[in-house]
Design a protein around this ligand. Structure first.
Ligand code: ADP
Length: 297
């Protein structure tokens, strides 16, 4: 029988430790960027689920994503964070056998409605991946790629400069715009990918573990960048790094894997979604507390 640790001295101690650790993660005053938040909804998810070849990966997700927020999706591996993120710009359309159910509104309109062009949607809702994926081209051509495809060829130099400045890469790249992007460091390549994304003027940027392949200094730069970028864009980030979610996000969604009665089938469920400060300091659900305090992985 499972021991009720909360009744024991050790259990109480570990809960106190967890609370202390959580309060270290979110220090009041350190997160000025969370002030003056707007509440306009970019996405409204109503009973959203995804199946791969008929097998559910996430079920019944209910949450709203707000404009100019950084929204973090956290939870153990396999709980459906990336799957859920890909729903937000119809990237799951590209996976054979993937089906999205429920209702997903983007600025009040059905993102999966018949009149929505998924390619157009992906321009407005850009994506940055775990591993930086620059094209085998010059730094300049990487950034100019999207605007050129869209026929926005006027003031291209200005567009490239603004995108690189927006991604905090201009100073490092301005004297080597013709150099191959593969010559940049990993962290610089990831900022290049962010610059490439913002060059087509999206409204939202989705980031799937954008720092997991980066060193701590590069990670810090991307985190600072996110806080800067959210003034202009809405950002949804998948991260397995809870300190990162605590540092950069305004709202956090915690997902967990749920098993059916026979434990044959598993899928991701949203356990709790709230202001990041609440999730990390005073979550409503015990499972959230256990996860953010590191008691369960
Ligand atoms: P997380 O990002 O939380 O680690 P994922 O969204 O990657 O979780 O995966 C959720 C579930 O969906 C897992 O069971 C995974 O095996 C399954 N899954 C993810 N991508 C695919 C895919 N392309 N085809 C089939 N199953 C997938």
């Amino acid at each position: 029988m499972a021991r009720d640790e909360s009744r024991t001295e050790g259990g109480r101690q570990s809960r106190e430790d967890a609370a202390a650790r959580a309060s270290i993660a979110v220090r009041p005053g350190e997160f000025q960027h969370r002030q003056h938040r707007k509440s306009e909804k970019v996405f409204e998810l109503k009973g959203v689920g995804v199946r791969y070849s008929g097998v559910p990966a996430v079920k019944e997700i209910e949450m709203d994503v707000h404009r100019n927020d950084v929204t973090a999706l956290i939870g153990p591996s396999g709980c459906g964070k990336s799957t859920l993120l890909r729903c937000l710009n119809r990237m799951n359309d590209l996976i054979p056998g993937a089906e999205v159910e429920g209702e997903l509104l983007y600025h009040g309109e059905n993102l999966y409605g018949p009149s929505v062009d998924p390619v157009q949607a992906r321009k407005l809702i850009g994506m940055v991946f775990q591993k930086p994926n620059p094209f085998p081209k010059s730094i300049y051509d990487n950034i100019a790629f999207g605007p050129r495809i869209l026929g926005r060829k006027e003031n291209l130099d200005e567009t490239v400069e603004q995108a690189l400045k927006g991604a905090a890469l201009w100073e490092e790249a301005k004297d080597r715009l013709d150099a191959n992007a593969f010559g940049l460091s990993g962290g610089q390549q990831q900022r290049l990918c962010i610059a490439r994304c913002i060059a087509v003027q999206p409204d939202t940027i989705l980031m799937d573990e954008p720092c997991s392949a980066l060193d701590p200094i590069s990670t810090g730069k991307i985190e600072d960048l996110m806080i800067e970028l959210k003034k202009q864009f809405s950002i949804v980030i998948v991260t397995h790094n809870m300190q990162q979610a605590a540092r950069v996000s305004d709202r956090t969604a915690f997902l967990m894997v749920e098993l059916d009665a026979d434990e044959d089938n598993r899928w991701g469920r949203l356990v709790e979604y709230d202001d990041t400060e609440k999730i990390f300091t005073n979550p409503t659900d015990k499972r959230t507390e256990d996860y953010v305090s590191g008691k369960v992985g």
